[in-house]
Write a protein that binds this ligand. Structure first.
Ligand code: ZN
Length: 407
């Protein structure tokens, strides 16, 4: 033990070493280090400093008794400090001033740092715990979300499966969908990992899309067959008729007037019938007349007809045929001159307001008893498109080809 020698100075020169918890003696083990020369120059009064040093050790022991959030450290350090105090009492005899003006702050500062480090360590531990909880919650949320998505896909696909019974040409696609649904059901009976849910969802979606496609093809084929049957029936009746017209194709167009084409709006239109401005109108996206002119309608009417056409195409496998749409004033005058009272008085036609279309005057396609007209009358109103009362078969001016937008 060389504690009483003047070479004890490094204790204060390097007080930070005291925070080493595994070393109950702190920096005192370095008291005989070669650095003592420097320490002696800095702390000349060390030889008579033992009494004050005892006071410091007692103070330090008191600090060490400060309740720690880590009892283990306290248990190690307290006996060591007490032992050191005892050793100093035994080796000391004199009194004197221990010149450690700034050094006296260092043990406390070092201990504060140690305690702060412990607090940070505890905080880090808490942050780590919270991070783990957040990660767990996020994982659970992802699992719940992917499960909900899978359940939605399964519900939608089951509706497709149920609605397609007997409505597909080959039932193999429905069998495949049923198998995919069964697999998903089994998985949903327990916990489904997100990746598994995604795989099952994709499988069910693909199978459902194939069923929907097959059903649409089946529907189009049914419609085509019905139309063919209707045309055959009309031809058979015509062939059986004794009238001279029996040799004429009953599906020929019923229009006998001169050709007319649809009109385009002008930029300077004043908004009156047959003089609508282009800014208020929209062209239909899917078709033009035989001159390549686009069919314009008042924008809300055009937008509604676009939606109607989507439904029409889904039912029949082709777009709605358009013969005429907007009709400017000059064309109304020309039509009145050519067709007489069959054409509206110029300036009064619903076509002049951009709110009417004519489908082709083809009786087997769009005629009174045609499947497509029946569909248009059944579904058109939900899109704002109707056949007005005057145009019906028993109306004042029957026109099976004429439809109007009522909003
Ligand atoms: Zn018309």
């Amino acid at each position: 033990m060389v504690w009483g020698s003047t070479s004890a100075a490094p204790v204060l020169r390097n007080p930070e070493s005291e925070i080493a918890p595994a070393d109950g003696l702190g920096g005192r083990r370095s008291q005989s280090s070669a650095a003592s020369g420097h320490a002696l120059r800095r702390w000349p009064g060390l030889g008579a400093a033992r009494g004050t040093g005892l006071a410091w050790l007692v103070r330090r022991a008191a600090l060490l008794r400060t309740p720690s959030r880590r009892p283990g450290r306290y248990a190690i350090r307290r006996p060591a400090a007490v032992a050191l105090a005892a050793a100093l009492v035994l080796g000391a005899g004199g009194t004197g001033a221990w010149a450690w003006q700034d050094g006296r702050q260092r043990p406390a500062a070092a201990l504060g740092s140690a305690r702060a480090a412990a607090a940070v360590s505890d905080d880090a531990s808490q942050v780590s715990g919270l991070t783990a909880q957040a990660a767990q919650a996020a994982a659970q949320s992802l699992t719940d979300h992917s499960r909900a998505q899978l359940e939605q896909v399964v519900a939608a696909a089951r509706a497709v499966l149920d609605g397609s019974a007997g409505h597909v040409a080959d039932d193999a696609v429905r069998t495949a969908l049923a198998a995919a649904l069964s697999e998903a059901d089994q998985a949903l009976a327990g916990t489904v990992a997100p990746a598994r849910a995604a795989t099952l969802g994709a499988s069910v979606s693909t199978a459902a899309a194939q069923v929907a496609q097959a059903q649409q093809a089946w529907q189009a084929a049914q419609t085509a067959a019905a139309q063919a049957a209707a045309q055959a029936a009309v031809r058979a009746r015509a062939a059986a008729s004794p009238t001279p017209t029996s040799s004429v194709d009953p599906c020929r167009t019923t229009y006998t007037g001169p050709p007319f084409w649809t009109s385009v709006p002008t930029a300077t239109g004043d908004g009156s019938n047959g003089n609508l401005p282009a800014s208020s109108m929209t062209a239909l996206s899917w078709t033009t007349d035989s001159h390549g002119t686009r069919f314009y309608l008042l924008t809300p009417a055009a937008q509604a007809l676009e939606k109607l056409n989507v439904a029409f195409r889904a039912a029949f496998g082709h777009n709605l045929d358009i013969d005429l749409a907007y009709r400017d004033y000059a064309t109304q005058v020309a039509m009145r001159a050519a067709l007489g009272t069959v054409a509206a008085v110029p300036g009064t036609s619903p076509h002049g307001y951009g709110k009417a279309i004519d489908v082709p005057e083809l009786p087997c396609e769009y005629g009174w008893s045609s499947v497509q007209r029946a569909w248009l009358l059944a579904h058109g109103p939900s899109f704002g498109w109707v056949q007005p009362a005057w145009a019906l078969q028993n109306g004042s001016g029957p026109e099976y080809w004429h439809y109007e937008y009522t909003g």
